[in-house]
Design a binder for this molecule. Structure first.
Ligand code: HEM
Length: 184
């Protein structure tokens, strides 16, 4: 997985939990280069799971909640870093509809070694949008956080509902967004 995702996770840990915590979780054995991640590197996603597990153990917060908070944080960072992705859209439904077919496709051109999840929108009207997440990696909680971050970015008032798709809800989930306010 792209090093950018790792460096953003460490930045979040530093900001919310402090340097001692980030040093602590990075000092566990088995991390590539002793946890000295760079944004241009590429690392095994299981190292991210090890970092989240270590943070959950040390902070007492559940790992799924930490992943959602990370996803929300990550959306803001991605939106700032890849403004070609957010600029053309004035609301979250429009953005989310272009994620699978345009944005992640452009990301793949920039980083051919990226392995992106499939995130097609399978239904959309003025009030409701349905997105299906499928990945070889168990990051549905991060996806949920990213969608929440996206809704906040565009100032949408909406509810988000999630259900597992099949036996492994961490690798495949259906998200339903319902607008509760006017379109921004
Ligand atoms: C500005 C918008 C976005 C950009 C530029 C972007 C880009 C990226 C990049 C670079 C990766 C790393 C892939 C790799 O290293 O293999 C990634 C992974 C991911 N993306 Fe996006 N993304 C964006 C928005 C979203 C949103 C809104 C979702 C919500 C469903 C999403 C879902 C994911 C997930 C869950 C992963 C982790 C890998 C996995 O689950 O397989 N992304 N994205």
């Amino acid at each position: 997985m792209r090093g950018l995702i790792f460096t953003e996770f460490i930045a979040l840990v530093e900001e919310k939990f402090g340097l001692a915590m980030s040093d602590d979780i990075l000092s566990q054995p088995g991390l590539t280069d002793g946890g000295a991640y760079t944004s241009v590197g590429n690392y095994d996603h299981r190292e991210m799971l090890a970092l989240v597990t270590a943070l959950a153990e040390r902070s007492g917060l559940p790992a799924d909640e930490l992943c959602r908070v990370f996803g929300e944080w990550l959306f803001t960072k991605l939106a700032r870093g890849f403004d070609f992705a957010v600029k053309p859209h004035r609301d979250a439904f429009s953005f989310l509809q272009s994620l699978d077919g345009v944005i992640h496709v452009e990301v793949k051109k920039l980083y051919p070694d990226a392995r992106l999840p499939s995130v097609p929108v399978t239904r959309c009207d003025e009030r409701e949008l349905v997105m299906e997440y499928r990945s070889e990696r168990p990051f549905a909680d991060v996806a949920e956080g990213l969608i929440r971050g996206c809704l906040a970015w565009y100032g949408e008032r909406a509810t988000l509902h999630r259900e597992p798709l099949g036996a492994d809800g961490a690798r495949a989930a259906r998200f339903t967004v319902n607008r509760t306010g006017a379109r921004p």
